[in-house]
Write a protein that binds this ligand. Sequence first.
Ligand code: SF4
Length: 328
Amino acid sequence: MKRKRIVSGMRPTGKLHLGHLHGALLNWKKLQEEYDCFYFIADWHALTSEYSDTGIIRESINDIIIDWISVGLDPEACTFFIQSQIKEHSELHLIFSMITPLPWLERNPTYKEQLTELSQKNLSTYGFLGYPVLQAADILMYKANGVPVGEDQAPHVELTREIARRFNHMYCQVFPEPDVLLTPTSKLLGIDRRKMSKSYDNAILLSDSEEDIDKKVAQMITDPQRARKTDPGDPAVCNVFSFHEMYTNSETVERIGGECRSAGIGCVECKKIMAAGLEKGLEPVRERRKELEADTKKIEEIIAEGNARAQSIAIETMEEVRRAIKIE
Ligand code: SF4
């Protein structure tokens, strides 16, 4: 039976971290068992915020593909491709931009939020307002049945559905309306207890060495009520404990929880135990990463194959689209 298709992408704006792993990649890995997966590097999307200094985009592409494979995404089972290499996305984006009413974009909740959050960058651009239209083109190009996204991105998929509906209604039925496949939000915060993000400089990277991890874990903010070792703590509000729950064996997690509440363990010792578990958990990723870094030719081949697979579908979709709008 033909598998249902899903499409999802990542912006190449730096190395991937544990937030990406627990907030997207482990889910993508599960989905590859069941779906025909198209995972792409959204380099044109990265331009919306990195347009004045694009160096990071090129630098990050191979790194991200290496991270994907290192955590267990299978390039044989999935299609990995680079958005900017499939020029058809820009044509479909342009056509969708003609039929998308401006208020649909202006009401987008993440638009206003990001304008405030990334206030150090000038995002008052046409491209930034319109990036959900480009996303719609990325998704609908492959006639995806579903899009795995976090809750914050769900309104964008809704917009994609609206654009598909409008196109089908105006011209003829070309696009299916994709479902949102909601990805649970990662519980792991950055070392400063804000959302883990490269731009906050608070992330533990998948490519970090053991020394890097030790240093970052030592800096992690714990339960603010535990000013002294003799103060009892509350693991439920401690980010270090959330990491324990993912990377330490369950017996030790239970013991640490009790000892934290009774002030029987200090945060320094607790962090050391967590760092050791985290390093062990990431060891296979690091090992695989090393092998792949030594074989850049293989990475280039994987990208070229994925691009070719994606483009053959994009060419067919665009033929249909051009016929539908009667501009061929
Ligand atoms: S002992 Fe561990 S769980 Fe408790 S506050 Fe300190 S770091 Fe957090």
